[in-house]
Design a protein around this ligand. Structure first.
Ligand code: ASP
Length: 413
């Protein structure tokens, strides 16, 4: 171990997100120097985007099934489970709507559109909403997997996951297979992401060469929109829900989330933050062990409010940047897809970026937009992971309160 790391050069030892940032900056410089001929480098970026596309179907399918089947002991946990899922999905939908709203007010991609659209051959090609809704049940699930129809895949995966839980013992071998496949897909994602610095380098060079450096200024606005959304979601929405539905003073909640929030911000992994989340919810907020040990791991797997918010901001940013006009139906499709996709997002660094590609594909937005966002993804990931974790804790407090499993003395102390 020591040997191999000492054999690595300074580049090899650099954290991935720093390499991606270096790739982005180097790409911008090279693109600015090369001008339109930077098109020559683009194929390297296209390879990277194709590799990301390759991951989507098996990654979503396996991790969704694992997310659903991880809810063991469904009888006892049935009621709490349903409450948790409704709250998780509901708060996620609010988060993405907030992201879309902020992005349409701040308009991070505005002004870019003319330059980018003129030179781009990309057009939006999503089917109308009603059609999408009718089509959500796949007539042929294998066909859905082969075509990469993500809503159909999500529908089928949820059905299969629930059925596997319901058949109990008999479902275990299949669950094991999916768990192992999901692990493998996480590993493959890690491998593909290790090429991100080069993919981002090539795509940024292409963007900067073709459209000029001005195209990149709006990224600061994207960061501002995501951070502002994150703050509003916690300080206004979560505290509001706690006081209105939980009849609780939100101040102890805000104090209680500080430790896990700091861990989430620095690690960008809600799964990695789980020990801190459990500790805070039990010891500082007085949530019973029974509720927290069921609701929080489930939340770390399926509840991604921050990721959803980020997807709302970025999808709209990319639409603005590429001059694609979105209809109301497209907004609804984005909310639906991102909410469902959040169930399949792994709580590991960078997972949200892969899921963003899914949202873009569903609504027919250009995947090239991904590259522009990828360069700053870590900065966004830190904020969204923090919100993901704060959301899990809020739901655990709310459910504990409603089940009479909240130790009020601990909560208020
Ligand atoms: N890093 C996030 C998390 O662990 C997921 C994401 O990339 O959005 O919660």
């Amino acid at each position: 171990m020591d040997n191999s790391s000492s054999r690595k050069g300074p580049w090899g030892r650099l954290a991935l997100w720093k390499k991606i940032l270096v790739g982005m900056v180097a790409g911008i410089v090279v693109g600015a120097l090369m001008g339109p001929s930077a098109e020559l480098i683009k194929p390297i970026g296209t390879l990277f985007i194709n590799a990301i596309k390759m991951l989507i179907v098996p990654l979503v399918f396996c991790s969704l099934i694992v997310g659903i089947t991880s809810m063991k002991d469904t009888r006892k946990m049935g009621r709490i489970g349903i409450k948790a899922i409704v709250l998780y999905l509901g708060t996620t939908a609010v988060a993405i709507a907030l992201g879309l709203a902020l992005s349409s007010i701040i308009e991070p991609g505005a002004g870019l559109n003319r330059a980018v659209t003129e030179a781009s051959t990309i057009s939006k090609s999503a089917p109308p909403l009603v059609q999408t809704l009718l089509n959500i049940i796949p007539k042929n699930p294998i066909g859905a997997l082969a075509e990469g129809n993500i809503l159909q895949i999500i529908f089928f995966a949820i059905g299969l996951g629930v059925a596997l839980v319901l058949i109990g013992e008999k479902g275990k071998p299949a669950v094991k297979v999916f768990e192992s496949l999901a692990e493998a897909m996480y590993k493959l994602t890690e491998i593909v992401m290790s090429f991100a610095p080069y993919g981002v380098f090539a795509l940024m060079a292409w963007v900067a060469g073709k459209f000029g450096i001005d195209v990149l200024m709006p990224l600061i606005k994207v960061i501002a929109a995501v951070y502002l959304g994150a703050i509003i979601h916690v300080l206004v929405f979560y505290t509001g829900v706690l006081s209105i539905f939980g009849r609780l003073n939100p101040m102890p909640y805000l104090r209680g989330i500080t430790n896990p929030a700091a861990v989430a911000y620095t690690t960008s992994s809600s799964s990695g933050t789980l020990p801190a989340t459990l500790k805070a919810s039990q010891e500082e907020l007085g949530v019973s062990k029974g509720v927290s040990s069921f609701v929080l791991p489930l939340g770390a797997t399926i509840n991604m409010d921050g990721t959803a918010l980020y997807q709302g901001v970025c999808a709209l940013f990319i639409a603005q940047a590429f001059g694609v006009h979105l209809e109301v139906a497209d907004y609804i499709t984005i909310i639906m897809t991102a909410t469902l996709a959040s169930i399949g997002t792994a709580g590991v660094p960078g997972a949200g970026l892969i899921m963003l590609s899914l949202v873009l594909t569903t609504v027919g937005l250009p995947m090239e937009g991904l590259a522009i966002v990828a360069g700053i993804d870590r900065i966004l990931d830190m904020a969204r992971t923090t919100i993901n974790v704060c959301g899990d804790i809020m739901v655990s407090v709310l459910i504990a309160k409603s089940e009479g499993e909240l130790d009020k003395q601990t909560y208020n102390s």
